[in-house]
Design a protein around this ligand. Structure first.
Ligand code: SF4
Length: 314
């Protein structure tokens, strides 16, 4: 135990030393390990982090999150170096939408606008008219005339939820997040029966069968605000469980229970991609200033357009 503390302290000191030496800023997504969240300069959702990093004087952005998030940071700060601890930290939602196939799909609907969730590759962004986050999606969709035909990609669950709350009939790309897909409706109902004083709160990447049981549905920031404001003392959390680290900081007196999953091989709902980032890899990427996110000038320009449109509309 003591050895672990000493080793961790040593790595933390190295990270802080390198960060200062290289004039870097460290960003951590809410779904990262607690140690990484605690050493970061900013903890948040992907867009919020990228915007904060763009406003610093740091020359290097270390994005502790997944690749598409680091790409957004690069698109919004093209002059800065953007690195991430493990270049293999992808995302099942991103992978479920290969650009070539999506282009063919899009070509079948030449009169449709394309609205894409930010959890997609830079290539998919460049094929989109506007990007949305789970926080601003409703507002942006509502800004389109009711007669406008829309394709929504890549998350079918978020798309289905948005169709429901906006009264639209957007055509949905058939993608999903493996983390949110795995929550078990049956186990959540069982858990609620023994914790009837708990509120179920869920991210809209969850399938409808989970959202139907939820007392509050919202983005990561919205879930955090909800636990702060709600009079409830107990919550069942249907999103990646590392967010509970911030929930405990916001409301230390409250109890948070990760929603159970239906995966036979693993009882947790940790994101396997986010888990690839470790404190050791964070230190090493700062030391070597790699792996670096690089995008062609053309991609930086075409993927930026729908992101800027989002910022104007939200
Ligand atoms: Fe992608 Fe899901 Fe992991 Fe988020 S939690 S990075 S959407 S796989």
């Amino acid at each position: 135990m003591n050895d672990h503390i000493t080793k961790n302290q040593f790595i933390e000191d190295e990270i802080l030393f390198l960060k200062k030496k290289k004039n870097a800023v460290i960003l951590a997504h809410y779904y990262q390990d607690e140690d990484i969240q605690d050493i970061a300069d900013f903890v948040g959702d992907s867009l919020d982090l990228s915007r904060k990093a763009a406003n610093t004087n740091a020359e290097i952005i270390v994005f502790c999150g997944v690749k598409f998030m680091a790409e957004v940071a690069k698109i919004l700060s093209p002059k800065k170096k953007v690195i991430l601890p493990d270049l293999n930290a992808g995302c099942s939602l991103e992978e479920s939408c290969p650009p070539k196939k999506f282009k063919q799909f899009k070509d079948q609907y030449p009169h449709h606008k394309v609205i894409s969730y930010i959890n997609c590759s830079a290539e998919i962004k460049s094929l989109s008219d506007v990007i949305v986050t789970s926080s601003n999606a409703k507002k942006i969709i509502d800004s389109f005339s009711k007669s406008e035909k829309i394709i929504f990609a890549p998350d079918k669950h978020l798309g289905h939820y948005l169709n429901k709350i906006t009264g639209r009939n957007m055509i949905l790309w058939d993608g999903f997040c493996i983390v949110h897909e795995t929550f078990s409706e049956r186990e959540i109902i069982k858990l609620k029966l023994t914790n009837d004083d708990a509120e179920i709160i869920a991210h809209p990447e969850c399938p409808e069968r989970i959202l139907n049981h939820s007392d509050h549905i919202g983005s990561t920031s919205s879930l955090l605000n909800y636990v702060r404001k709600s009079k409830s003392e107990k919550f069942i959390i249907a999103t990646e469980p590392h967010i509970i680290h911030q929930m405990k900081k916001i409301a230390p007196e409250k109890k948070f229970i990760p929603a159970p999953v239906s995966n036979e091989n693993c009882s947790c709902s940790n994101c396997p991609f986010m888990e690839l980032n470790t404190m050791e890899k964070l230190r090493d990427c700062l030391a070597k200033v790699q792996p670096e996110i690089t995008l062609s000038n053309q991609m930086l320009l075409t993927a930026k357009k729908p992101l800027i449109r989002m910022l104007q509309l939200s």
